[in-house]
Design a protein around this ligand. Structure first.
Ligand code: SF4
Length: 366
């Protein structure tokens, strides 16, 4: 059953956080792609990420959820240093990532991708794939590489007899274990898991998720877990950030977010989970219109064409993030303290003054 939104006393200020000392931090992150608008037409900006703030505390698992095309993977690529932000910055232990060598970044942050088959070189053996980062970074020699491969294969539960196999001789679960071993062989501090189980059989998914949890405990890893599977996020993450059209619209501790989703979009996401009860059919998310075109985002709150609680002012004024009890952040006029005082269906002057201008540019982004 969908929880009804309710106005809560909010506190304006820094974004809601309950984290250990941040190891990775994104501030006002923007990413703009210039895309073709058709023959003989000027290219147009597509704002894939539009002012994202994220802090990843040491040892935690942050889940990043949202529909396809909302910008989750673009955020991950910027955190990995694979795409340069158009605006804002990423810091690692307080040091701007722009000043770090790409090898240094890849030694400390590693990805695990969605499809283990396409992310593994089909012509290399398991041992060659796992040892590749060590060889690229010139860490040790052949004897050291062999011992590291043996050790990491044991750690991820991969039998030594597969060391000389090619990826196509392995099952999907074994291939994902190889991808995890390759990511961990350099002993990174942060692992960015982009839909790590979505291409696996259901029976294998829980094995891989439990393996990731065991490895986190054993190696003190920090995870950013990108997924559209809310069950995976609930199982793995300690905090969850919900992304919509390039922005974080709600962020909370996992238990709090699943118990009391505040933003109408989060409520719709949770309501969209299929129930195992026969006869209930496909749930109605009350979302109405389809996901908007990111090249022409809606004015004001970009969720307003789909929002079941839309107010007249929502299309004119973009909401700003409001923190609540220091653990939850929500970006919606329903949770504005000023609106609560002014009454329904309006966005009072205080909000208008403080709000981001509707359809604002990215302020200095290239
Ligand atoms: Fe819905 Fe308005 Fe809140 Fe946007 S600001 S989510 S349109 S109620």
């Amino acid at each position: 059953m969908r929880a009804e939104p309710r106005a809560v006393p909010g506190e304006r200020g820094p974004r809601a956080r309950v984290v250990n000392a941040p190891i990775l931090e994104a501030r006002e992150l923007h990413c703009v792609f210039e895309v073709s608008a058709g023959f003989m037409r000027p290219r147009r900006p597509l704002r894939a990420v539009n002012g994202v703030d994220l802090r990843l505390g040491k040892g935690e698992s942050l889940g990043l959820v949202g529909e396809s095309g909302c910008g989750k993977t673009t955020v991950a690529m910027m955190l990995l240093g694979l795409i340069s932000p158009s605006g804002g910055e990423v810091t690692m232990d307080g040091e701007p990532m722009a000043g770090l060598d790409q090898r240094e970044i890849s030694r400390r942050i590693q990805p695990i991708f969605q499809d283990p088959y396409s992310s593994l070189n089909p012509r290399k053996t398991v041992a060659e794939i796992i040892s590749l980062p060590l060889r690229v970074h010139k860490l040790g020699g052949p004897a050291e590489w062999r011992s590291q491969v043996t050790e990491i294969m044991d750690l991820v539960g991969l039998s030594q007899r597969y060391a000389n196999n090619l990826p196509n001789q392995l099952s999907g679960g074994q291939r994902q274990r190889v991808a995890i071993a390759r990511a961990l062989v350099m002993r990174p501090e942060v692992v960015i898991c982009d839909e790590p189980t979505s291409s696996l059989d259901v029976s294998v998914q829980s094995q891989i998720l439990n393996l990731l949890l065991d490895l986190q405990r054993e190696l003190g890893l920090t995870y950013l877990l990108i997924s559209h599977n809310l069950a995976v996020v609930e199982h793995m993450a300690t905090r969850v950030a919900v992304m919509y059209l390039g922005r974080i619209v709600e962020e909370a501790l996992t238990e709090e977010l699943f118990r009391n989703p505040r933003h109408p979009y989060t409520q719709a996401l949770l309501a969209s989970v299929l129930t195992p009860e026969p006869g209930l059919g496909v749930p109605d998310t009350h979302l109405g219109a389809a996901f908007p075109n990111p090249i022409e985002p809606p004015s004001g709150c970009t969720f307003h064409p789909r929002c079941p609680h839309v107010m007249p002012a929502c299309s004119a004024v973009a909401p700003i993030p409001v923190t609540h009890e220091s653990t939850t952040l929500v970006e919606c006029h329903l949770f504005s303290e000023a609106r609560t005082a002014a009454g329904p269906d309006t966005v009072p002057q205080q909000v208008e003054d403080e709000a981001r201008p509707a359809a604002a540019g990215i302020g200095g982004a290239a």
